[in-house]
Write a protein that binds this ligand. Sequence first.
Ligand code: PLP
Length: 226
Amino acid sequence: METSSDQIDVAQNLQQVKILMDQALKKAERPAHGVTLVAVSKFHDATRIRPALEKGQRTFGENRVQEAQEKWPPLRTDFPDVQVHLIGPLQTNKVKQAVATFDVIESVDREKLARALAREFVAQGRSLPVFLQINTGEEPQKAGVLPAAADDFIKLCRDDLGLNVQGLMCIPPATEEPAMHFALLSKIAARNNIKALSMGMSGDFATAIELGATHVRIGTAIFGQR
Ligand SMILES: *Cc1c(COP(=O)(O)O)cnc(C)c1O
């Protein structure tokens, strides 16, 4: 897979990633094409993104509201069925723009944000599917609710706030084996009857798929280094 800064062949990288995804599914004895590829296009411009769109890729991940606001409207004109996921931290003062800009919010990581989103979905008459971010590694600097608080947070979001909780999301600690974090996320989802699991990035998506990921967020392996 070519990931140096020049000569990135996005179309070829995309195809290669899909082959590896299918291999992981097969190994796990899961049905083919059972995972949504969220192509993480943060920091890359439209020129780099277009080849993926032309190859049929329709789900993308961005981590900044303003960047997505600037980048995606022209691309949506040409590819109206794209789905852009917010995968990065969201400040409550940007909730309004985020709800107008994205199709899915994957990074619902605290009560204050969940409440602000619930209000904004009503205000805009636009209720987006959300993922709740769990800080599986209990890292102080990382966003997400702690595993021990996950069940209560899920209940709050789903039952009290009426959010459309599609799934859970995690970003394992960079220095640890990701498998135990993926397994923990899967366990929390199962006991709360949540179906979707957004886990796995360029370095560990095969492991994530073997442990039940329904969404993988892959940037570098497709678009090259940022
Ligand atoms: C940037 C990012 C990714 C993609 O990471 P790669 O290692 O480039 O595949 C996935 N998830 C989140 C939350 C990110 O911020």
